[in-house]
Design a binder for this molecule. Structure first.
Ligand SMILES: [Zn+2]
Length: 344
């Protein structure tokens, strides 16, 4: 008797547990955005993530499991065309049942254009733009320029890009907008609004989580301002031009980037240009990223007084979840401070 009722009790618990935790089926493209969605869904459910682990959104290829997750999704959050190029076609093919939210278009987002000129301009003259670059970033450039957002800053380039009829108009917008906590707040508000509409039963929870997240983002903002204050005037070079939003918010001095888009690896000519630029600007630190070749950084700092560090703007080294966004941003602030403070 005893064991039967214990068993019944246990099986009731097993049935009850997943039902209590079942929120709407939400799929998110990349880790930093996933972290914001996970914060807002806390206590309701967990969103699933497409670009997992150390993978880079710039070089990602869809897996069959990603396609089935998208097919089952009620809501999909992504930054937008120009960042997660691998999602352009799968999202077009999605059924009308799924709500797809492009967070780069959230109200209140401050957008910055890709910068051009000086050490940021990775493209050569349009006539010989392919010289010295890897094949990958260019293979779609001629035939599918209108869909090839990821390669747009490099392959379509500033001069040519304007001639194309860009459906989405994102060709010259820097899509790394999550690297400003104020933009993260704008995204969070849009995430909360979307989830409350898709899942009204849990609207109160989403609202409370948004309020808590906003407070945390304000505290992060204050902390980052303080962290980078002592090293604000020291110029540095980054691997890919992802930091404009961070720079704009905290007034640090990014002097140049090694490549505009990480899917287009710099050639020898580009590396020697950067090497010269580091000397000329007196850049004190050059920052690699975990997904990309540290060898390249050593090549460009060789024979200069610059030091090297690592920044992780797409959180490749961090575990997904509500805390990831905060660890990523604090990590950028701390890495900048540590390297720049140690350099003369
Ligand atoms: Zn990036």
């Amino acid at each position: 008797m005893k064991s039967t009722s214990a068993l019944l009790f246990a099986s009731t618990m097993l049935l009850a547990a997943p039902a209590a935790a079942a929120g709407p089926n939400v799929v998110v493209s990349i880790k930093p955005i996933h972290s914001l969605v996970a914060s807002i869904m806390q206590g309701v459910g967990e969103p699933s993530l497409i670009v997992e682990g150390a993978a880079s959104p710039h070089t990602y290829n869809m897996k069959p499991s990603n396609a089935s997750a998208l097919q089952a999704a009620k809501v999909v959050f992504w930054v937008g065309p120009g960042l997660e190029a691998f999602l352009d076609k799968p999202l077009d093919a999605l059924s009308d049942g799924a709500k797809v939210v492009e967070l780069s278009d959230a109200p209140g987002i401050e957008k910055l254009k890709f910068r051009e000129g000086g050490a940021f301009e990775a493209h050569d003259d349009e006539d010989h733009g392919d010289e010295g670059h890897g094949e990958e970033g260019h293979k779609h450039a001629e035939s599918e320029a209108e869909h090839d957002h990821a390669a747009a800053p490099e392959a379509a380039g500033a001069e040519e890009g304007h001639d194309h009829d860009h459906d989405h108009g994102h060709g010259d917008t820097d899509m790394h907008m999550w690297l400003d906590p104020m933009n993260a707040k704008a995204m969070a508000a849009e995430i909360e609004k979307t989830l409350a509409e898709a899942d009204p039963d849990n609207a109160d929870a989403y609202r409370a989580n948004l309020e808590a997240l906003n407070k945390r983002l304000d505290a992060l903002d204050a902390k980052l301002t303080e962290t980078v204050a002592p090293v604000k005037d020291k110029p540095f070079v980054v691997f890919h031009d992802a930091y404009q939003y961070f720079e704009h918010r905290y007034k640090v001095r990014v002097a140049g980037s090694i490549t505009v888009s990480p899917e287009v690896l710099p050639g020898a000519e580009r590396l020697s240009e950067i090497h010269a630029k580091i000397r000329e600007l007196g850049a004190t630190c050059v920052f690699a990223e975990p997904q990309f070749e540290p060898k390249l950084i050593n090549v460009v700092i060789e024979g200069t007084p610059a030091k090297s560090g690592t920044l992780d703007p797409e959180a490749g080294t961090l575990d997904a979840g509500p805390d990831l966004y905060f660890r990523m941003m604090e990590g950028i602030g701390t890495s900048l401070k540590t390297c720049l403070a140690s350099a003369s």
